[in-house]
Design a binder for this molecule. Structure first.
Ligand code: SF4
Length: 460
């Protein structure tokens, strides 16, 4: 049990989801539903599904519900595309009172019919929102009819917001994608091929990773879902390996593909030097271990050597460039609150590399195993928290003296109200933070944030 003074403002029942390293010996419990009364930082099921699917750029994404549910548009979550940009539109059936009374199926049918004719997408995803679950529209049946009529996959995403947490939305999105995987064999696929799962190409991050893999000689069959294409996802079952970042959102799909198509998967992170390098080495080792493949003209091996060369050349450039930031940032303290635990782990390491100590580390969707790893790499005194809320986070910042908050759109106002710096590490960011190049961007951003003269004018 934590110090009762510390917990006195907090809701009863939260004890199991808050621990201080070096003080509490119990494990941090993850994967629980939010307790009643907590204005959780987690988003709804629909939001979870949409976050995962909407970067598929040549698909139509139609939100079946009131216009308010569709408000979280591309302008906020800017997953980039190298080609079509249909995903940037925020389509909604804009349900009104009469549809709630008499049903929204007719409107859904009409809207789908006209949007598919107008935009000619490769597939359509139809997201159910809360009210659709309440009035009981048969979205599946409308999608089936439309699929027959238009000859493209029209996939219902049963993501009514009230049925669970954002994490449930991830699983529903994975199920929706599973209906596409394995439905096409037209792509040429090398034996040295991977699918990238759980990168959303924010600020073009996927393109940085693609370049590393290209230099290694590894083909990316499908990027799921950053800069995603329907045809690639339909062919994804033929890749040799699934490389999963953001495991909270994509592990379900990776496990399903392993069971159904025998594709192994690994969990990686592309944030920070250590994890980025480990990702490249791990992919190389696994693909190398397959040995020379039929139809492959090379000796069949050499990916590990290629990965080593990339790491060597990138670090030669990067490490000296990071030095001045490390010197200037010594003594700063960071609070981290992000979606998934793998990202939090990478952030703790990346911050340590530039001289910043993590004093709060929390996530929306981590599980108990994730938190075991997170606790291991944190320093004594670090507060670890699952599924937090603004009251707790504010209190922790005051207790620990953190002067930098790293989080997403919902954490930004908490930081600013407390008069401390904030760095966006979520889907709203406009700065690429993945890979070696991303590490340097991250160091610069942390430096510019905590060293900004604006903090001198704020009474903490
Ligand atoms: S909780 Fe329901 S009503 Fe609110 S945004 Fe999510 S789906 Fe829409």
């Amino acid at each position: 049990m934590r110090d009762s003074a510390t917990m006195s403002n907090f809701l009863e029942g939260r004890d199991a989801q808050i621990v201080t390293k070096g003080k509490d010996t119990r494990e941090l419990a993850g994967g629980r539903p939010s307790i009643p009364g907590s204005v959780s930082q987690r988003a709804c099921v629909f939001c979870g599904s949409r976050v995962v699917l909407y970067p598929i750029a040549d698909a139509l994404h139609l939100v079946h519900g009131p216009i308010g549910c569709a408000a979280y548009t591309w302008d906020i979550r800017g997953a980039m595309s190298s080609g079509p940009e249909l995903h940037r539109n925020s389509f909604s059936t804009d349900l009104r009172e009469k549809h709630i009374v008499f049903g929204g199926e007719k409107k859904l049918f009409q809207v789908l019919d006209s949007l598919i004719d107008k935009y000619k997408p490769e597939a359509a995803f139809v997201y159910s929102t809360c009210i659709v679950g309440v009035i009981g529209d048969d979205v599946e049946s409308v999608c089936r009819q439309m699929e027959k009529r238009k000859g493209i996959p029209v996939i219902p995403v049963q993501s009514e917001g009230f049925q669970g947490t954002k994490k449930d939305g991830y699983k529903i999105a994975c199920d929706a994608m599973a209906s596409l995987v394995g439905t096409d064999d037209s792509k040429e696929v090398s034996p040295y091929s991977i699918n990238i799962l759980g990168d959303f190409n924010l600020a073009g991050e996927l393109w940085i990773l693609q370049e590393y893999y290209r230099r290694m000689g590894v083909q990316i069959v499908a990027s799921i879902t950053g800069d995603g294409r329907v045809r690639d996802i339909r062919n994804a079952h033929r890749a040799s390996l699934n490389v999963v970042q953001c495991s909270g959102s994509m592990l379900h799909l990776a496990k399903w593909m392993k069971e159904k198509f025998g594709i192994p998967f690994i969990k990686v992170s592309y944030f920070g030097i250590e994890d980025m390098s480990d990702a490249l080495y791990e992919v190389a080792k696994i693909l190398d271990s397959r040995g020379p493949q039929t139809g492959d003209s090379r000796a069949g091996h050499g990916l590990f050597e290629a990965a080593t060369e990339i790491v060597r050349s990138e670090l030669t450039r990067l490490l000296p460039a990071l030095e001045p930031y490390k010197r200037a940032l010594q003594g700063n303290k960071a609070a981290i609150y992000v979606g998934g635990a793998f990202k939090a782990i990478s952030l703790v390491k990346a911050l340590r590399l530039i001289g910043v100590k993590t004093v709060i580390a929390g996530t929306q969707t981590g599980n108990t195993e994730d938190y075991r790893l997170l606790k291991e790499i944190c320093d004594d005194g670090c507060i670890l928290v699952d599924d937090s809320n603004p009251v707790e986070l504010s209190e922790f910042v005051k207790q620990t003296g953190a002067n930098l908050f790293i989080g997403g759109v919902k954490e930004r106002p908490i930081a600013y109200k407390l008069g401390i710096g904030f760095c966006d590490h979520n889907h709203e960011r406009k700065l690429a933070l993945a890979g070696y190049e991303g590490m340097l961007n991250f160091a610069k951003e942390v430096y510019e944030t905590v060293k900004s003269p604006v903090w001198d004018f704020i009474k903490r």
